[in-house]
Structure formats: structure tokens, C-alpha cells
Design a protein around this ligand. Sequence first.
Ligand SMILES: *Cc1c(COP(=O)(O)O)cnc(C)c1O
Length: 365
Amino acid sequence: MKTDITSFVRTEIKGFGAYSAAKAPEEVAGETDITIENMIKMDQNENPYGCSPRVNNTLAHYRKYHIYPDANQGEIRRQLADYTGMDASCIVASSGSNTLLDLVTRLFVNPGEGVVNFVPTFDVYRFSAQVCGGKLIEIQRDANYALDITEIKKVTDKNVKLIFLANPNAPTGNLASDSDIKEILDLGLPTVIDEAYYEFSGVTVLPLMKTYSNLMVIRTFSKWAGLAGLRVGYGIFPPAIAEYLHKIKIPYNVNVAALLAVSESMKDLDYLRGNVKRIVEERESLFSGLKKLDWLKVYPSSANYILCLVLRGKASELQEKLQKRGILVRYFDKPRLNNCIRISVGKPEETAAILKALIEIGKSV
Ligand SMILES: *Cc1c(COP(=O)(O)O)cnc(C)c1O
């Protein structure tokens, strides 16, 4: 039998654009003389201070990796209830918050139904909507990436099932105003507010959950707690929605190592918050350093990264020149982010290194 198996693939997947992740250091290593150990990773908003040392210690000594985790997420939900001040019945944990964004999309969106995105924004919302066969409705942000009320009010499409809003937005770094958020919630449609960078911004919509039964909040341990590699995130939902999500999630969706890591992180909050504070302070010194370069337009950020529009030369070439010096950043060439780079906030010595490199590069652009 010579079957063309690809002819069985769902039609909406055929023209699908994959999520474009940053290159792994191993992949970059072939393109530069700098060793992986000496690379400065400012491309994926990871925590330069790593995770709590308690995590390393506990994972090294744990002896029951052969036993499945608790499918009901009992302990992690109680810990997250303490951390967020919300009830455990509202909480769903997942292997990274991205899989939870995907799960929520699968809960609400039938093929052909609308998913609203405030663009430019985090690409996973588009990704999940399209994998489900949903129809993307892109609402443009204004010139400074703020939400645009008149545009929001146009969302009257009866077919809309889900709205995504990253707050702070990625990769632009800005927060939405309270009144804009309420305007969106007043549409009465299921709305996910992605607070992946909450610990850096200090701003949350959680208190609004009392008033708005259409609000869902998603968070992650990847950035502030330094657990990106272990993949653990969570969301806070109206209890009935949490119950549905628990039903449709893959069993054992958070692995034992990730559960232990959360548990240890919760015992080391002062340490982790100290690192968050360092990163927030460092963001301000990176910001003022970048501001001095007249060939970059620098956007203020409430997260742990800074977006810059490259005013002279090409962002892609700038990214390559930095990479040659062992400094990894992201560049964007999509609509509204044309010729932009995004720099994750690192340690003080990493700020010094990138500013030095940019000053040198700037002499010839
Ligand atoms: C990094 C990031 C996440 C986190 O994804 P994980 O799967 O939890 O690592 C979620 N949303 C946004 C906007 C992000 O930038």
C-alpha cells in the first residue's frame, strides 16, 4: 500500500505557521566562537539567577521518580491557593502555562469560532487558536502598543468565544490600564489575562475575579521563579471552568520534579523575591543605558525585558552582530514589530556587556 498519509492531515493545519521559538544555545554554538558557558542569554526572558537552591538540592535527593504524581494536583493547588489568596477549587496547574493557554482554547473554541488577540502580542494565542481551527480576530494596539478602546468596542462578533490579553504585554512590556481591562471584561466574553510577568510588574487583576465571572488569569513559574526548563504554570478560573479544565487535561500533566520545585520555591519566597527585585532594578539601569543610544527607540517595560525599535540599520543584523559577541537577543520582523529587538534583563555584568557591545556596534551604523 502506498498511502499518502499527509492527505489525512486536517486541512486547517496544512497552512499553519509554527510558533517561532528562539534558537537553543547548542544550535547557536556552531555559528560563533563563544562557548555555550560564556554566552549571555538575553533572548527568552529567563531568570539569570536561576531557581531556588532548595530546588536543586531536593531534586537531587528525591528517590521516588518511579511513582506517578497526584493526578488531582492536591498539594500544588493548596500551595497556589496560599500564594494567590484564591480558593484551591479555582486552580489548575499545568506543564508550563503555554499548555494551559492551549487547554483553555480547546475548552471554548470550536472550528470557525473567533479568538480575539490584541496585536502585536504573544504568539502562542494565535498558535492555539489556529490549531483548534479558530478564527483569529486581531485588534490593533496604538502606536505605543496601548489598547485602543474604540477598537475593543468593535468586538461584537457573536462568534467570539475567547479573548486573550497579555498583561504586561509581550514583547512590548507595557501594562493595560484598569479602565481598558474593564472595558474588555464588560464585553462579557471568556477572557484570559496572561500574567506571566506578574511578579515583575506587581500588578494583577485577581481582585476583579469577584466581580467578573468571565475572567481567567494565567501565570507561570518560568520567569520569576527560574523554572522555565521544568515547565510549570497555573491558572485561576471560575470553579466550574477549573472543573472542566481538570476533566479535559491530560492525566498527570505536571511531573513530580516540577511539583517538588514549586513546593521548594514556595518555601523560599524571600530569596526568589530578592532576585525579582534585583531584576526590576537592573531593568531600570538597562533602560537608561539603552536610552543613551540615539539609534534605538526604547519602550518602557513593566516586565523583565525591554523592546527597542532599531532606527538605523537592520534589527536582524544587530541580532547577528550581538550573537557573534556571544550575546543572544530576539529580533522581530513581523507587522508592528518591524525592525525591533527584545532584550531580556540580566545581571549587572550582563547589562554592562550588552551596552558595551551596542556602543561599539553603534559606531558603524
Ligand atoms: C514566557 C511567557 C509565558 C510562559 O510560558 P510557560 O509555558 O509557562 O513557560 C506565558 N505567557 C507569556 C506572555 C510569556 O511571555
